[in-house]
Write a protein that binds this ligand. Sequence first.
Ligand code: HEC
Length: 115
Amino acid sequence: MLSVKQFPLGRPKRGAWFFLYTLALLTGCDSDSGQAALGKELFDANCKVCHAQGLNGAPILGNQKMWRDRLPQGVDVLIQHAIEGYGLMPAKGGRTELGDEEVAEAVRYMISEVQ
Ligand code: HEC
């Protein structure tokens, strides 16, 4: 869910934001910020349930300490682990309908939050 904290300009009307978001996705922004927004969208929908609060020891989004030992593996390995599963991390977070590239986009977003 969107939290008020993410919107410094005050509480948004959720419907309006959702509409704009969908529009941005549908119009296929291929700029860097568009990619980042897509990664966040995918993360929020598929990964947040575990990675927002560290369920089963999942590294928490934006928590430098929890990611410190994982980042040196490199982006490609982290993406591979997310796609294939790793320890208590289910393959694709259990969303097997996701494409590999969608999972990769979510991983890149997670990494961008701790760099
Ligand atoms: C059911 C809970 C759950 C969901 C949903 C989930 N994860 Fe995870 N994830 C974990 C856990 C637990 C770990 C820690 C695994 C370990 O180190 O044993 C983890 C670890 C990771 C890692 C680090 C892997 C490494 O090599 O250190 C990445 C990257 C990751 N998850 C990405 C994702 C992405 C992307 C999604 C959404 C598509 C996702 N996760 C959804 C539970 C989850």
